[in-house]
Design a protein around this ligand. Structure first.
Ligand code: ADP
Ligand code: MG
Length: 255
């Protein structure tokens, strides 16, 4: 990824890559969980993935960065098959943020961001620390660099997790219900941070129950049910004019 610095704000701008999922199927043992999912995300755009619990949203994200290997189909990152990229390299090119932040409890915020820079990117201690500090400052946590996760709010912990993913300079970011575990008053700040990444050019796939965010920020919304994409399109089309009975029912339950 090429990055450049906007001098007035000192915020990175991103050059996100395209992401294409082609006829992906995934299974747990004999149980087919994804039944041929295809979707296409243009560089620098945000796709929100919505759907009932158990519809395969998390499995899809885990297939994209190969935390779980697909049974068939392909994922193209910047036009190149992700299945041919070594998994640890792939996971530095595709950042992922989870519902339960997954920070190392015994490390400070700064160390949490710096660790993978040392182990995956092979940076020196000083280099990793310098880059980690900048990423923490970008998510508004410069003052909290020396705090351990337990001394941070849920929202702050999630910002650390986002800073940690961004520090790898990914081409795509995947979010799996990143705000679902947060107290209501902390949700907005994290969503605002995510919307800012999108404005700065990141390519994002966001699994979310925040329908307001999906409507406001998404370039595309994908509705999944029972392991397949049922409808995909512009937020206004999906939310205001759902075509399928399944999406109509889902929206009547969540809106
Ligand atoms: P969602 O994120 O949309 O709630 P998931 O992708 O987590 O859905 O799950 C899709 C289906 O796969 C569900 O039926 C779930 O029970 C099943 N599943 C998810 N993870 C596993 C697993 N590790 N082992 C077996 N089944 C799983
Ligand atoms: Mg899930």
């Amino acid at each position: 990824m090429s990055t450049s610095t906007n001098a007035s704000t000192d915020l990175l701008t991103f050059r996100g890559s395209s992401l294409e999922v082609r006829d992906l199927t995934m299974a747990f043992g004999d149980i087919k969980v994804l039944r041929g999912v295809s979707l296409s995300i243009a560089p620098g755009t945000t796709t929100c993935i919505i759907g009932p619990s158990g519809s395969g949203k998390s499995t899809l994200l885990r297939g994209i960065n190969r935390l779980h290997e697909p049974a068939s189909g392909d994922v193209l990152l910047d036009g190149e098959s992700a299945l041919k990229v070594k998994p640890d390299v792939l996971r530095s090119r595709i950042g992922m943020v989870f519902q339960h932040f997954n920070l190392f409890p015994d490390h400070t915020a700064l160390e949490n961001v710096a660790l993978a820079l040392r182990s995956v990117k092979g940076m020196s201690k000083a280099e990793a620390k310098e880059r980690a500090s900048r990423r923490l400052a970008e998510v508004g946590l410069a003052e909290r660099a020396d705090h351990r996760p337990r001394d941070l709010s849920g929202g702050q912990q999630q910002r650390v997790a986002i800073a940690r993913a961004l520090a790898m300079e990914p081409e795509v970011m995947l979010f799996d219900e990143a705000t679902s575990a947060l107290d209501p008053e902390l949700v907005k700040g994290v969503l605002t941070l995510m919307a800012g990444l999108c404005e700065r050019g990141m390519t994002m796939a966001v699994v979310t129950h925040e329908m307001g965010f999906a409507r406001r920020v998404a370039d595309q919304v994908v509705f999944m049910d029972e392991g397949e994409v049922v409808e995909a399109g512009k937020p206004a089309d999906l939310f205001d004019n759902p075509q399928s009975e399944r999406l109509q029912r889902f929206l009547s339950e969540v809106l």
